[in-house]
Design a protein around this ligand. Sequence first.
Ligand SMILES: NC(=O)c1ccc[n+]([C@@H]2O[C@H](COP(=O)([O-])OP(=O)(O)OC[C@H]3O[C@@H](n4cnc5c(N)ncnc54)[C@H](OP(=O)(O)O)[C@@H]3O)[C@@H](O)[C@H]2O)c1
Length: 281
Amino acid sequence: MLPTVAYIHRGLFHSCAGLSVRMTSSGIGQKGILANRVAVVTGSTDGIGFAIARRLARDGALVVVSSRKQQNVDRAVAALQGEGLSVVGTVCHVGKAEDRERLVATVVEHCGGLDFLVCSAGVNPLVGSTLGASEQVWDKILEVNVKAPALMLSQLVPHMEKRGRGAVVLVSSISAYVPRVELGPYNISKTALLSLTRTLSLELAPKGIRVNCLVPGVIKTDFSKVLHKNEVFWNNLKEDHKVQRIGQPEDCAGLVSFLCSPDASYITGENIAVAGFSSRL
Ligand SMILES: NC(=O)c1ccc[n+]([C@@H]2O[C@H](COP(=O)([O-])OP(=O)(O)OC[C@H]3O[C@@H](n4cnc5c(N)ncnc54)[C@H](OP(=O)(O)O)[C@@H]3O)[C@@H](O)[C@H]2O)c1
């Protein structure tokens, strides 16, 4: 059961039982290239998703932050509000239908619709061989990484359509192109996202909704901490990517803001790597 959380909406103070919602009083109406736009970012209380949420909010959007854990949502919302940014937060495990429904309801009720969906939530419960992966591991990876973005979008598209435009950014991985042998099912899920991007971009173009994909290289977050611990690997990575440093979450955020902005209005169906030099072609 979620705790009762108070929130502020355009200067009014409400008590909101069963829903973790906080909204700054400034809400819509900020300046910036994304002003008067609403963005939903999944998996956005930490790492790449958090950096994207912060960047979209800094560029003027009202951002809906979400992840599985209430305390993480509260922490992220407090941090971003502390910077004077417009954010709403709600719990959403993207693999759970009831959580996706609550997210959609929050967006409709408190933001009046949306313009952008960024699907950053992703999991990798296995480091091991592909053929050694259990059915549960396969189900979890495909459910969270591949099915959830499509199912979430199917519920949100009608609300984007009402605005006559929209932009979606999926988050794949460089391992979609250059598979790491110990990440088998994860590699496969991330390759599927490249195709999901291409397929949805065709399907949604007539509705004025663009679909693109961020393809990060190794980025220093909690998710990649198993790699940070391997000093030799980590140092070799800097050499492999040529730019002599490891990517940071903020390196991914500017591209996503651009892909959402009117400057990218003639770009759809693209998978774009943020990985220094990458040997994928
Ligand atoms: N870091 C890299 O090197 C790298 C490289 C390529 C691609 N990626 C991709 O980038 C995305 C983000 O990774 P990251 O490195 O930023 O990870 P991270 O730092 O571990 O952050 C993950 C975020 O997602 C949330 N989350 C996890 N599972 C979720 C679920 N089922 N539903 C909703 N939220 C969930 C987490 O919060 P809670 O724990 O509260 O849910 C957290 O906010 C993933 O799709 C990953 O595959 C990462």
